[in-house]
Design a protein around this ligand. Structure first.
Ligand code: LMR
Length: 398
């Protein structure tokens, strides 16, 4: 039976990670997969996470099953991290939060949930969007369409075209928005634009799904959820997928959540049963370790303070690198304007070079980035920034 299968290409992001690891060029630079890196190019375990892990190791008394919707205390505390105390209390039982295996698992849960609610739903994704959105949502059987989002020439959001396109989307369809730190382009909606999207959702009746994988890595923990909170307070229905991969550095622990706001308490109770059944059918229940760490950190005053400070320094480092990189680009004599990199948010920006130039950077310079020219800014450091800028300068001249 298996002879009928043909081999598939490597995932465009995960494949880069493997190629980078196999490259023995001492000058190699990893600007590929979206993981935070410190000034030494390492992705360390956060100190708050290490401390929480130690406490858990010494105090945990059982490894018995938790359940398909995950740990109730984790769900409660990550719901509050996303929405804040007052919104959580005003939404009451209309809001549910369900633990998921990372942000990917949360997105897939959302897709299954959408599919049960409306098998004919189309999910509208931004052009461009994260490379894995389409397979993740599409393999659940949902139709995918895109709306204009990023203007490669002006390095800004094509907001008028986005609104024009979404003005034709109606009830029963879903619009996927990036909550902050847009992946791959780093160009986010401003507060006024969030308000307009909110008004449009109310007028058109489409349902919004927000992917929020980078809370705390753009402008701040509160600032980065501005749009999500605005929509959560104004719309009768909303789905938000959050991830603890980046802001807690828990990538391999697969820790995330799906928050669903329904129009009534009764509808929310039904949603819980649907999501629990979807989880059970796919993976039975989410892994516990990462969630236990997050729950402990967020509920312990000292650990939370320490985590917040660590996250702040990660965010500041990324924002500082954006400024430093733009300056270095000017210093090496590149005449093209790269100042947009400083305006964009989170880990990613497009370099704006073409696929051939990307391939030259990868093959001739061992500088790893996605074909779209997306770079992970956190991969830049004091040791590699000169080599990066001079290599880019050489490639731009080809
Ligand atoms: C990325 O976009 O690089 C990250 O979200 C990691 C991944 O799974 O693709």
């Amino acid at each position: 039976m298996f002879q009928s299968l043909t081999s598939l290409p490597a995932d465009p992001i995960l494949g880069l990670m493997a190629n980078y690891r196999a490259d023995d060029n001492p000058k190699k630079i990893d600007l590929g997969i979206g993981v935070y890196k410190n000034e030494n190019g390492d992705t360390p375990i956060m100190t708050s996470v290490k401390k929480a892990e130690e406490i858990i190791l010494n105090s945990q008394t059982t490894k018995s099953y938790v359940g398909p919707t995950g740990a109730a205390d984790y769900n409660s505390i990550v719901g509050k991290l996303l929405l804040g105390d007052s919104l959580v209390s005003s939404l009451g039982k209309r809001r549910i939060t369900v633990q998921s295996p990372g942000g990917c698992g949360g997105l897939r849960l959302a897709a299954e949930f959408i599919k049960s609610a409306n098998p004919d739903a189309t999910v509208w994704v931004s052009d461009p969007t994260w490379a894995n959105h389409v397979p993740l949502l599409g393999s659940a059987g949902l139709k995918i369409e895109s709306y204009p989002y990023y203007d490669y020439a002006t390095h800004s959001v094509r907001f008028d075209e986005m609104v024009d396109c979404l003005s034709k989307v109606g009830s029963g369809d879903v619009v996927l928005l990036h909550g902050c730190c847009h992946n791959p382009c780093g160009a986010d909606l401003n507060q006024e634009q969030w308000q307009q999207i909110c008004d449009l959702a109310l007028k058109q009746g489409f349902t919004v799904l927000i992917d929020l994988a980078y809370q705390g890595l753009g402008d701040g923990l509160e600032e980065d959820v501005y749009g999500a909170r605005l929509l959560a307070s104004a719309l009768s229905e909303l789905m938000v997928v959050t991830s603890c991969s980046k802001n807690f550095g828990l990538y391999r622990e697969r820790t995330g959540a799906l928050t669903v706001i329904s129009d009534t308490d009764a509808a929310a109770a039904i949603a819980t049963t649907q999501i629990a059944a979807a989880a059970r059918a796919m993976y039975s229940m989410p892994p516990d370790h990462g969630a236990a760490i997050v729950q402990l950190i967020l509920s312990d005053t000292d650990l939370r303070k320490e985590w917040d400070a660590e996250l702040t320094s990660m965010r500041n480092r990324i924002n500082g690198l954006r400024t430093q990189f733009v300056k270095k680009i000017q210093e090496v004599g590149i005449s093209e304007d790269f100042s947009f990199i400083e305006r964009e948010k989170g880990m990613f920006s497009f370099l704006g070079v073409n696929v051939d130039q990307v391939q030259t950077l990868v093959n001739d310079y061992s500088i790893y980035l996605v074909n779209s020219s997306r770079i992970n800014v956190a991969g830049i450091n004091d040791q590699n920034i000169d080599y990066l800028a001079t290599s880019l300068s050489a490639v731009l001249k080809t």
